[in-house]
Design a protein around this ligand. Structure first.
Ligand code: ATP
Ligand code: MG
Length: 343
């Protein structure tokens, strides 16, 4: 067979090292306006084959718009798309599906009264000789697919009766049944329980090991760190940064998202303790097990210590094991008279 000639690169496409694989998808200069809103402003993005690529940004950053452009739901005002190195004309979702792109939307697009197999094969149903729906074949196809990608589903179950996590698996299987090699998931964890999130992540890692490229749109940076290989950050319609997951901290990604440093619990300024505001004297525990005494505390600690006085832990900070009962309950705050803890 004659080798297929390589697609000519457009001038907008940056030069790549010949050792790097051709991206599964390249978006170049995507621009899309909604009236006065510039939802995507000259956005370029490469998806490497088999990677999990997190697309992050604040509300309204333009993430969904970009992926809707890729999936053929929105026409861009400018920009080009390449799929596996070839220019792609994607005018509707059917074009995207033909090119191996699938999208699971924030709000599922399933038909509730239909079964899982009917939903997955909808529009491409296997037919019996007389034209009716070949249920046995549809369910067989689905079982094989579910086994191949280890996405457990019950082909005969009605979608309406399934929990949200299972409905999401049906959506993923629907995309895979249509031949998706690139799977776009728009905020997939927003609707899931923590256990369903864990299960989804196991499934997504497995899919990516099987060569599926995944775009994960999310706000949740811990999830990005846990799952993604690379990140692209969008702000106000533009790509403002990104890179491999190891090259970016959560703080840095958050900073790129909002455009200024973000104070988190981890970055709170250290403060030198001031003069003691509270002193205890003669504090003794009747059972010392698991407790340690304090003799002074800075002003910031007073409310916590006062609260502790309401418990049997007065004057003692439990470090391990059961709290001991103090023999002495006297404390003195700076500039005030001595007090005692209620029994
Ligand atoms: N169909 C539309 N008509 C008008 N404006 C739109 C439309 N779709 C998106 N926009 C606007 O484009 C901008 C980008 O929206 P988009 O939904 O792409 O952001 P996003 O990053 O996905 O946000 P979110 O995290 O809230 O989902 C927003 O200002 C939004 O209001
Ligand atoms: Mg969105």
């Amino acid at each position: 067979m004659k080798p297929r000639p390589r697609a000519r690169r457009r001038s907008a496409t940056p030069l790549r090292s010949p050792t790097l694989p051709v991206p599964a998808v390249s978006l170049r200069g995507i621009t899309r306006r909604f009236g006065p809103v510039l939802a995507n402003d000259d956005v370029s993005l490469d998806l490497a084959p088999g990677e999990i690529h997190a697309l992050v940004g604040e509300n309204g950053a333009g993430k969904t718009t970009l992926m809707r452009v890729l999936y053929g739901m929105i026409a861009p005002d400018a920009g080009v798309i390449e799929v596996e190195g070839r220019p792609a004309r994607i005018q509707r979702p059917a074009d995207a599906m033909r090119l191996g792109l699938g999208m699971v939307h924030q709000h599922f697009m399933l038909v509730d009264p239909l079964t899982v197999a009917e939903n997955v094969t909808l529009g491409r149903e296997p037919r019996l000789a007389l034209g009716g729906f070949d249920r046995a074949r549809a369910e067989g196809e689905l079982r094989a697919l579910a086994e191949r990608y280890r996405l457990p589903v019950e082909p005969g179950a009605r979608v309406a009766s399934l929990p949200v996590g299972a409905q999401q698996r049906v959506e993923i299987l629907k995309a895979l049944h249509r031949g998706a090699r690139v799977l776009i998931l728009d905020e997939p964890t927003a609707v899931l329980t923590p256990q369903e999130v864990d299960e989804l992540f196991v499934m997504l890692r497995r899919l990516c090991q099987q060569g599926v490229t995944i775009v994960l749109i999310t706000h949740k940076l811990a999830e990005v760190k846990a799952l993604a290989h690379r990140v692209t950050v969008m702000r106000a319609g533009r790509v403002v940064g990104g890179g491999t997951i190891d090259s970016l901290t959560i703080e840095r990604i958050a900073e790129l998202m909002v455009g200024r440093p973000v104070a988190t619990a981890l970055t709170r300024a250290e403060r030198a303790p001031g003069a003691p505001a509270l002193r205890s004297s003669g504090s003794r525990a009747s059972r010392a097990t698991g407790s340690t005494s304090w003799s002074s505390a800075s002003p910031a600690c007073v409310p916590q210590l006062a609260a502790m006085c309401g418990s049997a832990a007065c004057g003692h900070v439990p470090t391990r094991g059961p709290t001991s009962r103090p023999a002495s309950r006297t404390f003195r705050a700076t500039g005030s008279s001595a007090g005692s803890c209620p029994r």
